[in-house]
Ligand binder design. Structure first.
Ligand code: FE
Length: 180
């Protein structure tokens, strides 16, 4: 009996180690920062008028508790995931990509395109209010407006209608399926 229990425990442990870290269940973040204008989207993907909400400012330990190790590296340390390794680089369901850190809607599947780069690529954010961009050396960096998490970069070589390519890390995103 003891041997069978040990074998079962080993099976469970082996199974866990092969699956890779899953993010903890998403919960609404504690909102502590200054107010920011954010556009919210309902379960059907319909936008509400922009409204003031508290920005999300957490310390390092609080972010680590909310994110996978890779999510923390990308969102809070401005790291970049390896090309073709992210779960949304070859992902074609319809829906909204939210910030993995705070849940803010960031991109729509309607604006996703195949860039061939190995990172999820979009021609536009879902709402201009919900992202921030700024200088990062020679590139323009893209961040979540509500929690200031690093998402990726935007380049001027995208397809119509914008001519922009938002090159975003899968690890910074959380997909919510919607039948548009
Ligand atoms: Fe965020």
């Amino acid at each position: 009996m003891t041997t069978r229990r040990h074998a079962l425990a080993l099976l469970v442990l082996t199974g866990c180690s092969n699956q890779g870290p899953e993010p903890p269940p998403f919960t609404e973040p504690t909102a502590t920062g200054p107010l920011v204008e954010i556009t919210d989207f309902d379960a059907n993907g319909k936008a509400s008028p922009p409204a003031s909400v508290s920005s999300v400012r957490l310390d390092g330990e609080q972010w680590r508790a909310r994110l996978t190790p890779l999510g923390f590296s990308v969102l809070r340390m401005s790291d970049t995931e390896l090309a073709f390794t992210g779960k949304y680089s070859n992902h074609h369901e319809t829906g909204i990509y939210q910030c993995a850190g705070c849940g803010t809607a960031l991109f729509s599947s309607k604006d996703k395109f195949e860039s061939g780069t190995g990172w999820p690529s979009f021609t536009a954010p879902i709402a201009a209010t919900n992202i921030q961009d700024g200088e990062d050396g020679s590139r323009r960096e893209v961040r979540c407006h509500r929690c200031y998490g690093h998402l990726g970069h935007v380049f001027p070589d995208g397809p119509p209608p914008t001519g922009l390519r938002y090159c975003i890390n899968s690890a910074a995103l959380r997909f919510v399926k919607i039948n548009f």
